[in-house]
Design a protein around this ligand. Structure first.
Ligand code: NI
Length: 177
């Protein structure tokens, strides 16, 4: 099932998401629906707050076009360590129509639990490191535009308002329980 993606300035994007306490069938289904929503958008990453679910769940797939899918589902992801500096032009499904270069760490050590309940610790670099930082920020109510000047943030909101006049994300509204 595809969920409707929220755009700024929706307040649900600004909450600190709750840890997943137990990986139930409901959580597995939600993660599956998040992946479907991400691929349909299309995007390379999606965090649960972006569909209005206040949970620490992220889906990422940074496989290049034409390459096989490499879906990563991260439950309760935590960045343990950051090293180096890099930057890339980033976008966000919740800030459609706006792209900007954002400074990020080049390498991250990331801990997360998978859908089987197994905890992993991995070293990520490149696109995956950037996506991991961007998406875990979402779980703390932080958006990539927060790294920019207030002038650029105003311009981002204007671009989103413009986009919203002509487009909208299809999908079911997530109902919190
Ligand atoms: Ni985003």
């Amino acid at each position: 099932m595809i969920y409707r993606i929220l755009t700024i300035p929706d307040k649900k994007l600004r909450r600190k998401a709750e840890p997943v306490k137990e990986i139930t069938d409901e959580i597995r289904k939600l993660a599956e629906d998040m992946a479907e929503t991400m691929y349909a958008a299309p995007g390379v990453g999606l965090a649960a707050p972006q569909i209005g679910a206040n949970l620490r769940i992220v889906t990422i797939d940074v496989a290049e076009e034409g390459q096989p899918a490499q879906l990563l589902t991260l439950i309760n992801p935590e960045i343990l360590e950051k090293r180096g500096q890099t930057s890339m032009e980033e976008g966000c499904l919740s800030v459609p129509n706006y792209f900007e270069e954002i400074p990020r760490a080049e390498f991250v050590r990331l801990r997360y639990t998978d859908l089987e309940g197994v905890t992993h610790e991995i070293e990520a670099e490149g696109m995956l490191a950037i996506a991991a930082q961007h998406e875990t920020d979402h779980l703390d109510g932080k958006m990539f535009i927060d790294y920019l000047s207030s002038l650029k943030r105003v311009s981002a909101q204007r671009r989103v308002n413009q986009w919203n006049k002509e487009h909208s994300y299809a999908g079911t509204d997530y109902v919190e329980r």
